[in-house]
Each structure stands twice: as C-alpha cells, then as structure tokens.
Design a protein around this ligand. Structure first.
Ligand SMILES: Cc1cc2nc3c(=O)[nH]c(=O)nc-3n(C[C@H](O)[C@H](O)[C@H](O)COP(=O)(O)OP(=O)(O)OC[C@H]3O[C@@H](n4cnc5c(N)ncnc54)[C@H](O)[C@@H]3O)c2cc1C
Length: 442
C-alpha cells in the first residue's frame, strides 16, 4: 500500500505513491556537478529500468486489493486460516497492514506463532518478507525449517537493483509509518539508515481535484454496503483531466487498482501508523538479506504442487524434486494463487476461493529514467503531471536528484493503464514517458 489514507485526507493537495526508490543519503551523490536546470528536455534518458510486475510469474501483480464481494474484509482472515497442516501468510492475509512490507512480515510471524507449540519440521514456501519472518522466528526457536523459493534471490516483492551505480528499489521502497513499525527495528538491526521523504514538497497537480477525491473517500466510508459495491459508483460519469489525475494518484497509486475494481471499503482497510514515511538508504534488499542470514533457503526451487494430509506436507518442484515436512507455511502472492500455477492436493477449500474472489492482485509499475543532467526543479520531492491527452498516465514522479543527488526521474503507472503499458515495447514506454517529462518540465 502506498501511503496512509489518513495522510492523504489530512494533507489536502499532498499526494503520494510508494517511491520506488531507495537512496543514498540526500545530496551525497555526485549530481550537484551535473545540475544545470537548463529547462531543455533531452530526446531520451541515458539509462532506464522498467518494472513489469504483472508479467512476473512469481508475483503476477504488485499487491492485493479489496474487490467488491459478499465476503468483504473478512476475506483476509479467511485466507489466513489454517487448512489441515497448511498455514497461510503473506501481505494479502494481513488485515492490519495489507499490501505492505510490515503487514507481510507480521503475517509471517503470526503463522510462526501458530506452529510454535507443534512438533516436527516446517516447510516455508516463498522467501519474501512473510516467508523470511516465519522462517527466522521458527529457526530462532530451534525448529527445523526449510524455505523453498522459486527465484534466484530472496526478498520477493522487495528487490533492490543497481541502475547506473545507484541502488533502485523495483518493488517496495517505503516504510509506511515509522511509529511501532517492525521495519524500523529491522532496518536498525541491519544497519540501514532511514531517509524521510516529504510528499508535501511538490509541484503540479490540482488541489481542487485532490479535494474531490478526498470527498469521494469520505462518502465511501459512510456508504451502504461498502464491501459489496465498487468505488466507481460514487464517481460522476464525466471526469475532468484533473480529476482523472487525482484518481490515478490516490486510487491507482494507493491500491494498484481502478475505481471500478475497488470496493468502497478499501480506503478504510488497515491501521495507519504515525510518524511519517521513510525510504531506506541503499534499498530494501538489505533488510531481507539480513533476515535471511543463516536460514536454510533453497533458491531456484519453484513449487509446482503442494500436497497435504494428516501426517504432513509434501512439495514438488517444477523439475521433479520433492521435500516433505510435518507442517507447511504458504506465502504465495494472491496473483500466483489466482494463476493456479501451483496446485494443491487436496484442492483448497471453497471458502479460500471465495476469499480469493475478494482479494485481487493489483498493478503498480515504475520507470526509472537516468539523464546527463537535471533539467527540472531540483528542489522538489514530487512532480505531479496532469496529461492533457491521456489524463491519468504518468501522474506522479519522484525527483531522484533530491534523494540521490543524481539526475533521475522516477515515474509510475497503475491499474489498467499500467496493464496497457505492460504490453508495450521498451521504446514505446520510454517515448510515452519522455512526452510526459517534456510536458511537465518545459
Ligand atoms: C511496485 C511495488 C511497490 C511497493 N511499494 C511498497 C512500499 O513502498 N512499502 C511497502 O510497505 N510495501 C510496498 N509494496 C508491497 C510489498 O512489497 C509487499 O506487500 C511485500 O513485499 C509482500 O511480501 P510477501 O512475503 O507477502 O510476498 P512476496 O514478497 O511476493 O514473497 C512471496 C515469495 O514467493 C515466491 N514464489 C512465488 N511463486 C513461487 C513458487 N511457485 N515456488 C516457490 N516460491 C514462489 C516469490 O518469488 C516470492 O519470493 C510494494 C510492492 C510493489 C510490487
């Protein structure tokens, strides 16, 4: 989840998306030498990195959102319920903090607590925050734990890469709410500094359109049957470009879904933590690396089948290996469960599928652009863009120069717009982004 709803409502024009950044300390890069602010937009970036979470088979989307359904917010509790010897964790099972790293982490600790008085060995499926938290807790308690992970790395949807020498988070980047957030202690334990980010330090956008969206969210809180109805029902038939921008930022950026897909109850889900948001110096992967230390993790171990009975749990990999333990903890993302690329024997019970009907996999994608020099306002944190031709495309940008001291812009798309972009070539995506950059900087 990108930002706390309360923050948005309280801050008026202030907008937010998860910054897909992790950073050097502000101003510590070499960028000041490259700042000219000429106002001349170059033809293209010198380097770029694009995410495509919808086509990633081990995520199939960015994070869960609450769709209109009969089950409503109970879906997260039902998804979290134990089925035989299978326990379930992952961000989508968190009612307190869905779609966040700390929600995923706490869900893993909850699943570990369910097993702490049991006997025997434990298989954990997935080495993201949920799986690592479960494995860490149970291993530290002296239990025999094996983690199987499809990728060649740990961290799942927290993943830091290096772009032109700069650490860049492609998935999670923010700690959402510093007060009582386990990520703060984990960062400290891993020796990672946190960097506050000021959403209010922005240009562009529209305060009246922001107020329009704030009002829609207020109406959603008071609506009848908010779990069964879509947020789109509260919107007028025609939206101005400014209103489309505000929805792209506050609905798409927050929930990774469009108003027609999202339950009216979604903005009221989860508990907002206070204390402001922060980025992690040099990226999120440092925390997952820290959590993973000393655990028995089998990488490149993609599970194809999970069978469970009264005596234990067996997992089989796509290349025919198998492992058996007394208990299992499943942390597969909802997108992977929906895709049914992992089969369950016996099949998951109907109530799990009903829960999965309510918990869909949203999409937020990011594009990092690196330039030779800064040609935009170097002092703002956020640049909002109301596209006159395609309102809602590239609505929110982060000024990487402010964070990294490097000439970087970071753009976002979400929901159906992001799904359309996911079908395009790199050249088409970068060309579209550059048209937006030109519009917002000249
Ligand atoms: C673009 C984006 C931006 C985000 N921004 C933020 C943010 O700023 N702050 C925040 O708090 N949260 C943010 N999130 C959400 C956060 O990243 C997730 O909620 C959290 O990382 C999920 O952890 P998890 O353990 O539940 O799932 P995952 O991290 O997805 O872990 C599941 C693991 O299962 C593995 N797996 C999948 N299929 C198989 C298989 N068949 N066999 C074996 N293993 C398998 C996966 O590879 C993965 O490692 C963002 C997410 C995205 C994508």
């Amino acid at each position: 989840m990108e930002i706390s709803r309360r923050t948005v409502i309280a801050s008026g024009v202030s907008v937010g998306l998860t910054l897909v950044l992790s950073a050097c300390a502000p101003g510590t890069g070499s960028g000041s030498a490259r700042h000219s602010a000429t106002g001349t937009t170059p033809a293209g970036p010198t380097a770029f990195r694009r995410t495509s979470w919808s086509t990633d088979p081990f995520a199939s989307g960015s994070y869960s959102y609450l769709a209109p359904s009969d089950m409503g917010t109970d879906a997260r509790l039902v998804l979290a319920e134990t089925t035989g010897r299978l326990h379930f964790a992952g961000e989508a099972t968190s009612s307190a903090a869905p779609a966040t790293t700390h929600g995923a982490y706490e869900s893993g600790r909850r699943a570990a607590a369910e097993l702490v008085d049991s006997t025997g060995t434990i298989l954990v499926i997935g080495a993201g925050f949920a799986g690592l938290a479960a494995a860490r807790t149970l291993t530290d308690a002296g239990r025999g734990v094996i983690v199987v992970e499809a990728r060649d790395r740990t961290g799942g949807r927290a993943h830091t890469v290096t772009l032109d020498g700069i650490p860049a988070d492609l998935g999670a980047s923010w700690i959402h709410g510093m007060d009582d957030n386990p990520m703060v202690d984990l960062a400290a334990a891993a020796g990672v500094a946190t960097i506050p980010f000021d959403y209010d330090n922005e240009v562009g956008g529209s305060s009246s359109a922001q107020e329009f969206v704030d009002d829609i969210f207020e109406q959603a809180l008071d609506a009848e049957d908010p779990e069964g109805r879509a947020l789109a029902e509260l919107l007028p038939a025609q939206l101005s470009p400014e209103q489309q921008w505000a929805i792209a930022v506050n609905v798409g950026g927050e929930f990774a879904a469009d108003p027609a897909q999202l339950a009216m109850a979604a903005p009221d889900e989860g508990d907002s933590l206070g204390g402001g948001d922060a980025l992690l110096n040099l990226g999120y992967s440092q925390i997952t690396d820290h959590l993973a230390q000393g655990l028995d993790i089998r990488l490149n171990w993609a599970v194809a089948d999970i069978s469970y009975d009264d005596a234990g749990v067996t997992v089989r990999s796509v290349d025919g290996q198998s492992l058996r333990a007394d208990h299992g903890i499943v942390t597969l993302p909802v997108g992977v469960l929906h895709a049914e690329s992992v089969s369950f024997s016996p099949a998951l019970p109907p109530e799990k599928w009903e829960a999965l009907g309510a918990l869909q996999s949203g999409l937020l994608d990011k594009l990092w652009l690196v330039f030779d020099e800064v040609f935009w306002d170097p002092d703002v944190d956020v640049i909002n863009w109301i596209d006159p031709v395609n309102p809602g495309h590239w609505p929110f940008w982060v000024n990487g120069y402010k964070i990294f001291g490097e000439p970087i812009l970071l753009g976002f798309n979400s929901g159906d717009v992001a799904r359309e972009f996911a079908k395009m070539s790199d050249d088409e995506v970068v060309a579209s982004a550059m048209a937006a950059v030109k519009g917002m900087t000249e």
